[in-house]
Ligand binder design. Structure first.
Ligand SMILES: Nc1nc2c(ncn2[C@@H]2O[C@H](COP(=O)(O)OP(=O)(O)OP(=O)(O)O)[C@@H](O)[C@H]2O)c(=O)[nH]1
Length: 631
């Protein structure tokens, strides 16, 4: 749905349709409201016709009164009002009889029930004049008779509203929706469509009740001037009937009044809805037509995501914003195609480099390998793509990880590259010494490039070189230079608190062995002496062959008395082992000088000198002896 609403065309059309609908609906509502208001005003202005009705009613009563008066004046003067005379008189009044339900002559006491007066010309409701239980009104006129008190009475029956319905212009509106009620001054109903309501109080009629209460509140006036008002959904009006003590009330149902307007309104709304829908359709069509170039642009822009589509083709040639957009997108598309080709080329070059480079190459991001060259996979025994793992997991347990990490990060921070020889773990668990060169990828500080080469051979070669430079090839003991280096370190380290000692061993009569048994025999003796010396030292001590038949031992952390014991043991061992295998008569012993490397021996030369003297003292004492250099 939201995808559908994303369409500019649809949104424009919807917005326009909504605007049309809103304006049409607004106009219709205003118009309908205005019609309703005007209708209400018109109805209120006419007072539902109560004034005319009251006037007509009044005229009708007056007409009857006049007719009665004229008839009453026709009674022959001096004639006795016998029953026969009265009947004869009444029989002659056919025109008058047509105006009433009944004509009669009588005295007040005969016409009115006890206690009721016929004091004015229109009586209050009376009972029984036209029949038992019938309600009537009587209009009376004194009969011009010698017999005082005789009245000519025209009786109108209240059980019908005939006398109202016969009146012209009695109904202003359809009778079904307009109720007309005539009541006397006390509020008793004299005329009503419903006979049963006769002589009930007007406020008992639910439709009339609000108006009746208002009338009562006004003091039940007999005002000829009409009064009209609206009560909820009803319109009501009232006016007095001049010449009587009657009031005319009318109540109209609002729904009936406005029904036509409502129906008209509904028709108008339907029509307006049709107009709005047609307008919306027209706008949709117009929008679609106007936005056609936009549609072409959209389809073409989507094609821009297809790398194979030529970037310069298919763009709409339009003016205005669409044209500008089209030109910009075309330009961007061409640039994108160019960059894509360049990127493709770079990628191919990169792939070729990673496939054929004779060194291991890895690119890492956030410490994880993203790309690795074939050679690196080969070096470490991994298959294609299997090196997708954190770079640090390639280091063996022995590698000083923290130190390497610290060194690397410092170098990258300072914009330098990092180099180290590190032990790497192969997939099969074996290790490999590698030379690693790392650098940060420019512009992306969390990315690194690592160049890895196998350092096993060079390392071995370097170790061999180091070994041969520091060893005596015959006995494989440390040579003089290395011994002096180590001795110098001990002598020069003033912080050392441990006692250290050096032993100097010179073989006795070695020349005789050489001369007597040959050089090879001499070499064998030298090797055997080397073994004998090594047998009595701890790891960390140094046994060296200084040259010829001279040996030296550096005992670290060894007090002089203990060094003396070791020297004695060495001397004894050489005495036992220093026999020439081919000529047992030829044998060698050793003279050993012991030097405690004390603070007073300030230099290497002083220590060497003291050792020489101690060794000389041992020789001087008859050889095969141990002597300690003087304090
Ligand atoms: N076999 C063999 N002989 C060596 C080697 N280097 C030196 N020599 C010999 O070792 C002998 C050393 O003799 P000297 O130290 O002069 O004397 P010595 O016979 O030991 O007598 P004193 O030291 O006085 O007891 C010489 O004859 C050297 O030629 C070597 O590498 N192998």
């Amino acid at each position: 749905m939201s995808r559908l609403l994303g369409s500019l065309k649809l949104r424009l059309a919807l917005a326009s349709a909504l605007l049309i609908a809103a304006s049409v609906a607004g106009t219709v509502l205003i118009a309908v409201h205005e019609v309703e208001r005007r209708t209400e005003e018109a109805i209120t202005d006419t007072n539902l016709g109560v004034a005319q009705l009251a006037a007509v009613l009044s005229a009708s009563v007056t007409e009857r009164q006049r007719a009665l008066a004229a008839a009453a004046g026709q009674w022959p003067r001096g004639q006795h009002a016998s029953r026969t005379a009265i009947e004869t008189f009444l029989a002659q009044q056919s025109a008058l009889a047509a105006l009433f339900n009944r004509l009669t002559v009588g005295r007040q006491a005969e016409l009115a029930p006890p206690g009721r007066s016929l004091g004015n010309h229109v009586s209050p409701p009376l009972r029984g004049l036209t029949g038992v239980d019938k309600l009537d009104l009587a209009i009376v006129m004194p009969l011009a008779s010698d017999e005082a008190g005789l009245l000519l009475a025209g009786v109108l029956r209240l059980d019908t509203i005939n006398f109202l319905s016969k009146l012209p212009h009695a109904a202003l509106l359809d009778d079904a929706h307009l109720q007309t009620i005539v009541a006397d001054q006390r509020g008793y109903v004299l005329a009503h469509a419903d006979e049963t309501r006769l002589l009930s109080l007007i406020e008992e009629d639910p439709d009339l009740r609000p108006l009746a209460l208002r009338w009562r509140a006004m003091g039940s006036p007999l005002e000829a001037a009409p009064w009209a008002g609206r009560f909820g959904k009803q319109f009501a009006a009232m006016a007095a009937v001049p010449g009587t003590d009657w009031m005319v009330f009318r109540v109209a149902d609002g729904e009936a009044v406005f029904g036509a307007a409502r129906r008209a309104m509904n028709r108008t709304i339907m029509l307006a809805a049709g107009v709005a829908a047609a307008g919306a359709l027209a706008i949709f069509g117009l929008t679609a037509w106007l936005l056609r170039p936009m549609g072409v642009l959209r389809r073409r822009a989507l094609l821009a995501l297809e790398p194979a589509y030529p970037p310069q083709l298919g763009w709409p040639e339009a003016g205005g914003e669409v044209g500008e957009l089209s030109r910009v997108l075309k330009h961007v598309g061409e640039q994108l195609a160019g960059s894509r080709a360049a990127m493709q080329q770079t990628l191919q070059q990169m792939e070729a480099m990673l496939a054929h480079a004779p060194v291991g190459i890895a690119f890492t991001s956030e410490g994880r390998i993203e790309l690795a060259s074939k050679q690196l996979e080969h070096l470490l025994g991994y298959g294609p793509g299997e090196l997708d793992r954190p770079w640090a997991t390639l280091l063996t347990e022995e590698a000083p990880r923290e130190e390497l990490h610290e060194r690397g990060e410092t170098a990258f921070r300072e914009g330098r590259s990092f180099e180290a020889e590190v032990p790497l773990l192969r997939r099969d668990g074996s290790s490999l010494w590698a030379h690693v060169h790392g650098a940060a990828v420019q512009g992306n500080p969390s990315r690194r490039i690592w160049i890895v080469s196998d350092a096993t051979a060079s390392r071995r070669q370097r170790e061999a070189l180091t070994w041969s430079a520091t060893r005596d090839p015959l006995t494989e003991l440390v040579n003089r230079r290395e011994f002096e280096t180590r001795l110098a370190e001990v002598v020069g380290d003033r912080r050392r608190r441990d006692a250290d000692c050096a032993l100097f061993i010179d073989l006795d009569h070695f020349k005789q062995v050489n001369d007597g048994a040959g050089h090879a025999a001499g070499d064998a003796i030298l090797k055997s002496v080397a073994k004998a010396l090594q047998a009595h030292v701890r790891t960390g001590d140094t046994v060296a062959r200084l040259g010829g038949d001279e040996f030296a031992v550096l005992l670290v952390g060894c007090p002089v008395d203990h060094a003396l014991q070791i020297a004695e043991r060495m001397r004894g061992q050489i005495e036992r082992d220093g026999v020439c295998a081919s000529q047992p008569a030829l044998r060698v012993t050793a003279s050993i000088g012991v030097v405690a490397i004390a603070a007073q021996h300030r230099s290497l030369a002083e220590v060497l000198d003291a050792a020489d003297q101690a060794c000389y003292a041992a020789k001087h004492a008859g050889r095969n002896a141990v002597r300690v250099a003087a304090g």
